[in-house]
Design a protein around this ligand. Structure first.
Ligand code: ARG
Ligand code: ZN
Length: 849
């Protein structure tokens, strides 16, 4: 059942060109698929991938084949005795309106759309559905003209057909050979917004964003982001767009964020539509980065693609690194880096410490869909970033040029990418490549010695075993560090290379022991284990924004952990927090500094997880800070509260960030005064950012006021699903006692629908990340999520396996919770007809014990 990287074999056939015709009807679709094959090695049989297809006719070089000449099974169509080159024509029937998996051709509301990556094309028509088979696609889409005036596919528009009673057709031609996973088709009655971009060599590109009618006014941010991304890729990587048209379509039912289909990106509408009334500042940032991400794939993914799915990080890690760099250039570099690391730690570190951990290049999979993980994406991006750091900007750019020039039009491996880095960088990355093959977050134990003016840094790598118990080797990475003199002056700054299990570095000429600032900029995605450090000092004097942030976090973690062991609140931390409040620095950075470590951060550090202890320490500390600094916090709130502004420039966003941060902190003291301020903010502010924070604060401070505000919110936005996602998310992340009951009731709300992934994620997914209630000691949280997994698995396995992953901390939980979790996991895995997606995840979780 499992597929292994080591079993890779080159394809036996090439497809020189493919001609597709789609006849779309309400109840079914007829696909006519004409492929020109070329035999590449000595085989007699052609085996095409085919899943859930109804075959109507097969013609080999224009001769209809009888039933004996081909065989079909669950996953393939085989044709015997084929020649050196031949044309195969296949006509088959599919049922898009019944496709709830949202893979292949399906309907999102009234819109026909596709998702083919990684293996959805085989659910449309028989094909060599693997990324190393690249072909030139010509696609004709035919449908009812009134219901589906817009007919789209990849490439450039070739021809329009106006014929047959009320039906029409459009032929699209994509001159760039591509793998089938980049195929796309859209048909619908859509509104659109258009613009134009002139590339650096003077080509005019038509840009179109297609959305449900009525949403046209919510596309301007996406359009602006697209143009910025196109310009940025020209300036930063010298990469230009290569078709006459760039189309983006937003649909409501989509399993992931978006898809980079050649010339026809399909997006989850959450990453396109925005205005300040309905989208938060975080949503605006998210749109900018996903639009850019998909655009950047045109070179890193489409022009140069993956040889096989084990190479996924080749395009995803690299493209995430590119979109992170873009966002850093567009916004605040320091804030972007901290946000990226926060995301990595919340998602990837947790995964890397769980039974589902895997290298960024996995060795095997059962369902490829399970490997679109934060490890492949975000840790993958860190691996590219380390190469960027090792080479430096200039050599990195030369290496990228070499990569593009050498492999354009090919399907390659991560080894090919590293080759380009080594060539142009003039360095040996042999040991570095372990990052592609080893799993788990590397740990580095840091010790210091100071003798006779010599400061010595002693490093020990702690390398964990792989999931299968096999030993792993020491890693190679850049470690940026600095030493700061007691008076706060920077004494030295260096990039060390760590490569051995144990090594030390000495620096002399110090009158007093300097203070260490380590892993600056988070130069390597590792966990530092340091006996002690002067966090208060670093908070004041560190010149690196990342490690300054890190010092505040570590100080808070240390404080919270000693509280969890029964100690009183460390007043030194409280004093340091007060120092931060007075700092005159960029407000969005300040908002990050003032944030207390998340529950999940503290959970990850526990040997045996017990969330309730964490929550109570967290609440106590927040309450204490809110009480001690009430006046100052209120002052910061007032200084930055501009209810009449909905501007989304950096300064306005930063002001909302700091204001909402202090409001949230103030709410820990649960005074009526704070609830009233939040209600006032809810009633009078004109941005979604302000409303969402106000609702969250009300929910946790004042029940009647919360109820009133939530009711108002519901009535205003019940027709806007994107906003309703926020409504469900706010409620299912609530810490109030009756929340499970409310979540269960919300399933019956007319807006909620198990078939729409965004809604499942915001109601059920958010609940499963609500540690307080998911891990409740009566086991009801687990039971509810397990029930939903079983239900949703029948509709959409990819959604279900995402929910299964919320159980991945099973082996770290305390005995009591473990027993409850196990009962539910056993129940799910023994469900009749469980998908391979869900099976793969739960099987791994249960095996760990
Ligand atoms: N390639 C897409 C992106 O990174 C994600 C597609 C994920 N699809 C899936 N079926 N898991 O933007
Ligand atoms: Zn991607």
């Amino acid at each position: 059942q499992a597929i292994y990287l080591k079993d890779y074999k080159k394809p036996s056939f090439a497809i020189r060109e493919v001609n597709l015709t789609f006849e779309l009807f309400e109840e079914y679709t007829i696909v006519t698929n004409v492929m020109k094959f070329l035999k590449l090695d000595n085989v007699q049989e052609l085996r095409l991938h085919a899943e859930e297809l109804e075959l109507l006719e097969v013609f080999l070089d224009d001769v209809a084949l009888d039933q004996e000449s081909y065989t079909i099974d669950e996953e393939s169509l085989s044709v015997k005795n084929v020649a050196e080159s031949f044309t195969l024509k296949i006509v088959n029937k599919i049922y898009p309106h019944k496709n709830t998996e949202l893979e292949g051709l399906y309907k999102s509301g009234d819109i026909f759309c596709t998702q083919c990556e990684p293996e959805g094309f085989r659910r449309i028509t028989p094909y060599l559905d693997r990324p190393d088979v690249m072909s030139v696609f010509t696609t004709t889409v035919i449908a009812d003209k009134e219901k589906y005036p817009i007919l789209l596919s990849n490439g450039n528009k070739h021809q329009c057909h106006e014929n047959f009673d009320g039906r029409h057709g459009v032929t699209w031609h994509d001159p760039h050979p591509k793998p089938s996973y980049l195929f796309a088709l859209v048909a619908g009655d859509l509104g659109s917004v258009s613009d134009e971009f002139t590339t650096m060599s003077g080509n005019k590109v038509a840009l179109n964003i297609y959305v449900d009618k009525g949403n046209e006014s919510k596309c301007s941010h996406a359009m602006r982001s697209l143009k910025e991304a196109m310009r940025w890729d020209e300036e930063t990587y010298g990469r230009e767009y290569d078709l006459d048209i760039y189309n983006i379509v937003a649909v409501d039912s989509f399993n992931m964020g978006a898809m980079e289909n050649k010339g026809l990106n399909i997006f989850n509408s959450a990453y396109v539509l925005a205005n300040t009334d309905t989208a938060t500042d975080a949503n605006f940032m998210g749109i900018e980065s996903v639009i850019a991400h998909e655009y950047f794939h045109n070179w890193t993914g489409n022009r140069i693609t993956c040889r096989d799915w084990f190479q996924l990080t080749l395009k995803e890690g690299l493209t995430v690194f590119r979109d992170q760099s873009f966002s850093a250039d567009m916004n605040s570099r320091e804030v972007q880096r901290i946000e990226d690391v926060k995301g990595l730690r919340e998602r990837q570190f947790v995964e890397d410490a769980s039974p589902t951990r895997h290298p960024i290049q996995p060795k095997s999979y059962i369902s490829m869909n399970n490997f679109y993980t934060s490890t492949v994406y975000e840790k993958g991006a860190e691996v590219i970033r380390m190469m960027h750091t090792l080479l430096g900007e200039e050599k990195y750019r030369a290496a990228m040029d070499l990569y593009f020039n050498t492999f354009d039009g090919e399907a390659v491996t991560t080894g090919d990418f590293v080759w380009a880095m080594e060539q142009a960088g003039g360095i040996d990355l042999k040991q570095f490549q372990l990052w592609y093959h080893q799993s788990g977050t590397p740990r580095l134990i840091v010790d210091e010695k100071f003798e006779n003016g010599v400061y010595t840094l002693m490093l020990t790598q702690k390398i964990l075993d792989d999931v299968d118990g096999s030993k792993q080797a020491p890693m190679y990475y850049p470690l940026k560090m600095a030493l700061i003199n007691q008076d706060g002056a920077l004494a030295l700054e260096k990039m060390l290379i760590v490569s051995k299990e144990k090594e030390s570095f000495s620096f002399d000429g110090f009158a007093f022991k300097p203070v260490l600032s380590i892993n600056r900029d988070f130069s390597a995605p590792i966990i530092i284990e340091q006996q002690e450090s002067d966090y208060a000092f670093l908070m004041k004097y560190d010149t690196n924004s990342f490690t300054q942030y890190e010092a505040t976090q570590n100080f808070a973690i240390e404080t919270l952990e000693s509280m969890m062991q029964g100690s009183k609140i460390d007043e030194a931390f409280v004093e340091a927090y007060g120092y931060l409040l007075d700092l005159d620095i960029d407000l969005s950075y300040k908002a990050l500094l003032l944030e207390l470590p998340s529950i999940s951060t503290l959970m990850q550090r526990q040997e045996v997880i017990d969330c309730q202890i964490i929550y109570s320490a967290h609440e106590d500390l927040a309450k204490h800070l809110a009480d001690v600094f009430q006046e100052k916090l209120l002052q910061i709130y007032k200084e930055n509260h501009n209810p009449d502004s909905d501007a989304i420039d950096a300064k306005s966003i930063a002001q909302r960030a700091i204001k909402n941060r202090v409001l949230k902190l103030l709410s820990a003291s649960e005074t009526k005064e704070i609830a009233l301020i939040a209600k006032e903010q809810y009633d009078n502010s004109i941005t979604m950012t302000d409303r969402v924070t106000a609702l969250d604060v009300l929910e946790h401070t004042d029940e009647p006021l919360a109820e009133e505000a939530f009711k108002d919110f519901y009535n205003k936005y019940k027709d806007n699903t994107l906003v309703m996602n926020k409504y469900f998310g706010l409620l299912s992340s609530s810490l109030r006692d009756d929340i499970l009951h409310r979540v269960k009731t919300l399933q019956n709300d007319e807006v909620y629908d198990d078939k729409v992934p965004n809604l499942v994620r915001s109601l059920v997914g958010t609940f499963a990340r609500n540690h307080k209630h998911f891990h409740a000691k009566d086991g009801e949280g687990y039971k509810f999520v397990a029930d939903k997994i079983v239900e949703i698995d029948k509709i959409n396995p990819q959604m279900a396996s995402g929910l299964c992953s919320t159980f991945k901390i099973y082996d770290k939980m305390n005995k009591e919770n473990q027993k409850l979790m196990k009962r539910e996991l056993m129940r799910v895995i023994s469900t009749q007809g469980l998908s391979k997606n869900s099976f793969e995840i739960i099987d791994k979780i249960l095996k760990e014990q």
